[in-house]
Design a protein around this ligand. Sequence first.
Ligand SMILES: [Mn+2]
Length: 317
Amino acid sequence: MISLRELGAKIKNEKRVALICHVRPDGDTFGSALALKLILQKLGIEAEVYCNDPVPPRFFFLKKIKSVKSELDGEFSAMIAIDCADITRLGDFAEKFNSHPNTYSIDHHISNTRYAKINYVFDNASNCENILALGEELDVEFDSDIANFIAMGLMTDTGCFRHKNVTANTLYSASKMVEKGANLNEIYYHNFSSQTPERAKLFGKTMSKIRYFLDGRFAVATVRLADIEACKAVQSDTEGFIDFIMGINGVEVGACVMETQKDRFKISFRAKSADVNAVASTFGGGGHTLASGCQINGEYEEVVDKIRFAVSREIPD
Ligand SMILES: [Mn+2]
């Protein structure tokens, strides 16, 4: 792999750079790309940020998010993939990326497939830590916009500094960004707290009827189509429900069972230590050991019975 110093020396020579975020964009890919854009502009390098998917509304509080483009325009001396573990994460931009003679990948996923000509992959909690290191290597003075973008990646990829991936470097980076003017409270509000009254209502309705199985070690939250309708909520409002369940004392495995159509359910699993990848695989789904998902067709009680049985085999007595 290329060193940080070599990366900095190479990037300094670029003229016009395309910074490409991943599809289904998150706070780290936008934070990394927008911070790097401002860093490069301070060095007199032209830079634009692109994403093949639309910008989700939770990012609208950032004025500069409007500059993210959905179509590649003009010629670039280099294309840089930001926070993308593999080429499919670039969406429809993958083809242009692959045929460009000068490509970089700046990423923090250990699974990164080294698909670019120049790969800088460093296993930090967030890719924004890599961009911060690069900005320091390039000797750029950070302003409050850069600090806010870096801080957003730090916070969103660590669940607001709560996940196991947080290191001293993550917190030290956050400290430096606060010093440069980052507003952690505002980032927290828009990325983790802000919601519609309809979602709040759906949350209450769902949590008031959690079902417990296997001596309270398996908790199931259910969202039926009728619930969503009654609360005037939308399907995506259920995001994060599963994480709440995992905080309930005694719960080893949690499932959120969401009815997407009549007799069709999308199920998310979380575990403290059990293998829920194995559980989801039973039904043709998958994911990670501690976080997975699947779809099951059938009548609601039958579906719950099926997952209860599959989970019981993964929870030790
Ligand atoms: Mn990331």
